[in-house]
Design a protein around this ligand. Structure first.
Ligand SMILES: Cc1ncc(COP(=O)(O)O)c(C=O)c1O
Length: 377
């Protein structure tokens, strides 16, 4: 893809400006000290919050909180919703294990978790959701794209149901931030969690939470500390009014600056262009793999993104991964436990996950398909 960056730069993971922002900060820390470097970088750090809000169509930096990963970002909103015995959490068939266990954890004291079935395409059945929502439903929580395939859930339609019913909708956008243009107002979610480390190509160890301004003070932060709240009297604290009330003060400042650079990089390329190319490459890879005898392609949904999931008959996913690694092709294995409901329902023990990005080439797809075909013989 010709996008105004050099070929070498665009293919680095993370790209050079992201690495520079991260490493330059670490060098300043070594040179002048941790607190001093942070003070010096404060304006750039503040700008990361504004950039994150802008990336997803939020209203401003006060709606953003940063964490060490997407899981904690998600949790802080999930555990912030007040639930009473009899309340119901609705979710999808395609949830990631870290999220689903938090639903189960919250369900210990008389709260119920109910899974909305999928429709014939494999996405969440929106009409079933609409029928199920009643006054007991307090939370709809859902992965936008699961960990084990390219399914894009109908988040906008879910958001419409949630908004009409006045139910808090928490979207896990870990796999879609940086891949799909996201606009929280159009999606209709009230909170959204994402990560730096996946499609945004940012540093590991940074997660982001957006909470709609009107919901920030309606959520009860599940944990407290001295940056989330000010200790004003020996027996009293005052919680800050913005989304930083969910944060912890100490953080990996350099990685956060890298995250900001990753957002700028993605926005310079343009999210609509990124999404179009990712979809095109993934569709090509799916079609090519499906032609190989003995290979099963498993992605669900009416709309599909960059994660391509497949199996090779009589070859363990770990062997596929190792063979591809030897050919310098990186894929991962998604075991059943990662998305237990979906994998059990489809009788899948594991899938190989190839996540394509815009910098991948047709030649790389050819190589991947050729290697898989060799294994399938
Ligand atoms: C759908 C989904 N949600 C959440 C996560 C958790 O992200 P993290 O490990 O960065 O917290 C993942 C990780 O793969 C994921 O695939």
């Amino acid at each position: 893809m010709t996008v105004g960056f050099t070929d070498d730069e665009i293919r680095r993971l993370p790209p050079a400006p992201v690495l520079d922002a991260h490493l330059d900060y670490l060098r300043r820390e070594a040179l002048i000290g941790g607190y001093e470097a942070q003070e010096e970088a404060q304006a750039r750090l503040d700008a990361v919050y504004a950039a994150a809000a802008h990336l997803i169509g939020g209203s401003g930096p006060d709606e953003i909180a940063l964490f060490e990963n997407a899981t904690r970002a998600f949790d802080m909103a999930l555990y912030g919703v007040t639930l009473e015995p009899g309340d119901v959490i609705l979710t999808s068939m395609a949830e990631y294990h870290s999220m689903f266990v938090t639903y189960l954890h919250r369900a210990r004291r008389g709260v119920r978790v109910e899974v909305v079935p999928s429709d014939a395409t494999g996405q969440l059945d929106v009409s079933a959701l609409r029928k199920r929502v009643d006054e007991h439903v307090r939370l709809i929580a859902m992965a936008h794209m699961p960990t084990n395939g390219g399914l894009v859930q109908p988040a906008e339609a879910v958001g419409e149901v949630a908004r009409e019913a006045g139910v808090f909708f928490l979207l896990d956008a870990t796999q879609t931030i940086g891949q799909i243009p996201l606009d929280v107002r159009r999606l209709g979610c009230h909170a959204l969690a994402g990560t730096s480390r996946k499609y945004l190509r940012g540093p590991r160890g940074v997660g982001v939470l957006w909470v709609a301004r009107e919901w920030i003070e309606r959520l009860e932060p599940p944990l407290m500390e001295g940056h989330a709240a000010e200790w004003v009297e020996p027996d009293r604290y005052v919680i800050r009014p913005d989304a930083k009330r969910f944060e912890v003060w100490e953080s990996n400042v350099g990685a956060r600056l890298g995250f900001g650079a990753a957002i700028a990089y993605a926005q310079a390329l343009g999210l609509p262009r990124i999404w179009a190319r990712v979809q095109m490459l993934a569709a090509t890879l799916r079609a090519r793999l499906a032609e190989v005898p003995g290979v099963g392609v498993h992605d669900l949904g009416a709309m599909r993104g960059g994660i391509v999931s497949f199996t090779v008959r009589d070859v363990d996913a770990a062997r596929v991964k190792a063979a591809l690694r030897a050919a310098r092709i990186n894929v991962t294995v998604s075991p059943a436990r990662g998305t237990l409901l979906d994998m059990r329902a489809r009788g899948l023990r594991e899938v190989v996950r190839a996540s394509v990005h815009y910098y991948n080439t047709d030649e790389e797809i050819d190589r991947l398909v050729a290697e898989v075909a060799r294994l399938a013989r």
